[in-house]
Design a protein around this ligand. Structure first.
Ligand code: CP
Ligand code: NVA
Length: 303
């Protein structure tokens, strides 16, 4: 049995299968063709943090594949009343076929997975957001072809998205140019990548964008870090993706943001709402890649 707790849980061959499968699933969705490969399967979704995209994409995706969904939050389950995560895992995984969790520490989802009888998917932790980068790379491939050998500029916080990009670059053979304010650097030991073969650090965000094929950013204050908001607003002031940064990137560079976005903070409106932005495709693709992911975890490679 496989879980999907970090991007590096799959190898390059599995990713190439998933991207091809997601393209097929997307094409069927667009033509209203039924794709009921998960008939009678049940997904449990556990949210300990807020969500719009992850909730809608997993829930709609499971129904579209013929299955059903149970939605739990900390506040309306015993998780919020100190039931041990191990006990919750044993119970929930006896009643459902697959589990998606959005929570705080990565160790929490690892503890759940260790006691689960069914596959567990990371729907975002403080350390990683693998489903989002899965959608982002699928979106890049749709627009520009293979990401191997390309350069992705990461401007902003050394957060869960940044860590996941580092893992993806290491696995799929592309380069990440990372620029964060001092004190918010990526921590190589969290991503678990060796050396700087697949990423380079830049103190100047404009330099990080030079020649990049994709420029991407994220909120300055991630969920769970709200108490640091005022300090972060000051520290990140120069890490806003501007049209000058896009101009420094490759002429056909794309812009991505996992959303939700704050125009005028981490990105200017003319960038996120401009012609290089593919953020709506990126958001939609969460649906298609996660359908491929759930199907793969439950049924293996099909065709
Ligand atoms: N990008 C993303 O995960 O969005 P939500 O927080 O709305 O799920
Ligand atoms: N880094 C952000 C991503 C939100 C989808 C957070 O963790 O809040």
């Amino acid at each position: 049995m496989k879980h999907y707790l970090q991007f590096k849980d799959f190898n390059a061959e599995e990713y190439s299968y998933l991207f091809a499968r997601a393209a097929l699933i997307k094409q069927k969705f667009k033509t209203y063709e039924k794709h009921h490969t998960l008939l009678d399967r049940t997904l449990a979704m556990i949210f300990e943090k807020a969500s719009t995209r992850t909730r809608v994409s997993f829930e709609a995706g499971m129904y579209q594949m013929g299955g059903s969904v149970v939605h739990l939050t900390t506040g309306d389950s015993q998780l919020g009343r100190s039931e041990p995560i191990e006990d919750s895992a044993k119970v929930i995984s006896r009643m459902t076929d697959i589990v998606m969790i959005r929570t705080f520490e990565q160790t929490k989802i690892e503890r759940f997975a260790a006691h689960s009888r069914v596959p567990v998917i990371n729907g975002l932790t403080n350390e990683f957001h693998p489903c989002q980068v899965l959608a982002d790379i699928f979106t890049f491939i749709e627009h520009r072809g293979s990401i191997a050998g390309k350069t992705v500029a990461w401007v902003g916080d050394g957060n869960n998205m940044a860590n996941t990009w580092l893992q993806a670059a290491d696995l799929l053979g592309f380069m990440v140019h990372v620029s964060t304010p001092g004190g918010y650097e990526v921590d190589q030991s969290i991503a678990g990548v060796r050396g700087q073969k697949s990423y380079r650090v830049f103190s100047d965000p404009l330099q990080a964008c030079e020649g990049a094929d994709l420029v991407t950013t994220d909120v300055w204050t991630s969920m769970g870090f709200e108490a640091e908001n005022a300090t972060r607003m000051q520290a990140f002031a120069s890490w806003r993706v501007t049209s000058s940064m896009m101009a420094a990137a490759a002429p056909d560079a794309l812009f991505m943001h996992c959303l939700p976005a704050h125009r005028g903070e981490e990105v200017d409106a003319d960038v996120i709402d401009g012609p290089q932005s593919v953020v709506w495709d990126e958001a939609e693709n969460r649906l298609h890649v996660q359908k491929a992911l759930m199907e793969y975890l439950l049924l293996g490679q099909l065709q």
